[in-house]
Design a binder for this molecule. Sequence first.
Ligand SMILES: *Cc1c(COP(=O)(O)O)cnc(C)c1O
Length: 361
Amino acid sequence: MTKIYNFSAGPAMLPAAVMQKAQAEFLDWQSMGRSVMEISHRSKEYIALAETAEQDLRDLLKVPDNYKVLFAQGGGRGQFSAVPMNLQLRADSADFLLSGSWSEGALKEASKFLKTNVVGEIIMQDGLSTVPSITASQVDQKSAYFHYCSNETVEGVEINDIPDSGDVPLVVDMSSNILSQPIDVSKFGVIYAGAQKNIGPSGLSVVIVRDDLLDFAMPETPTFLHYQTMANYGSMYNTPPTYSWYLAGLVFKWLKEQGGVETIAQTNAKKAALLYQCVDESDFYLNKVHPDFRSKMNVTFHLPNADFDAAFIKESEQAGLTALKGHRNVGGMRASIYNAMPIEGVHALTEFMQDFARRHK
Ligand SMILES: *Cc1c(COP(=O)(O)O)cnc(C)c1O
């Protein structure tokens, strides 16, 4: 088998060491003669696993004590519904920054539950996507929350400066860049992330919610999405996705072994810089995002015209570089280089890109 580097946007690759550990104990976890997915979530062994995973995540992100960490079901989109339902009693409107497909998706779902205002929107300036910065005076200080997406997975747009929403709780969809760099959790009311980019298998989501926001759920909120209930039951009101939670726990341990979020952030910056440099130095590839907003997780680029796309996809697959096709809404290519992607994978990709450009000019 040739070495494969998987650039899938999600579900994305997991660290090889994590997969090997999971494989080694697949049939016999902790000498119990059973898989971890075959035991009760209420057993003392599983509770210990769950608590360790939560603590490791808290350590990695330095989550303050006045925040609950929930392991929820329903991925990122599950939280598109859960967030407005859980905060609706604060106020019946919410403010949004639109920076791409996922923040638009969050707005669309929220508009089922409350009024929505768009405070800022991504624009094209000199051919480059640019996101306006948000200050408190732009945000309706009476709204239930202010929502944005810190990394737009589809467009490859990352927002590094945390918007200033004044006293309005800041809610962020961090699905595709959580754990990629240090963050100041105390700036946020709710942080949520679907797992399948930087945490583990799909279906699971992580929600970090400030204690004072637990009591604003509309009465119709389904119980299993209700933050206060989830917190009361240690995220086990209903049976949690036990195997996904287990794998997430292995990923957190792996991240700690790498030196934590601070260290992985340096590697991530290096990986992204290599790839953007390759794009910028060629007159063949083009990235259309303003340098301040270029994603370090999802690098999007176009070839001189779409006629080259099929050959690029075919030849890159043959070279062991998989899943580089861009999202259908954007076209072109997208290389997703989350935490698990080793720098060797990025080197292999840039070498392929240089060679492809030479041959197809
Ligand atoms: C993948 C993704 C989602 C959707 O996650 P699902 O688990 O498919 O619901 C939401 N937001 C962002 C930023 C994503 O990258």
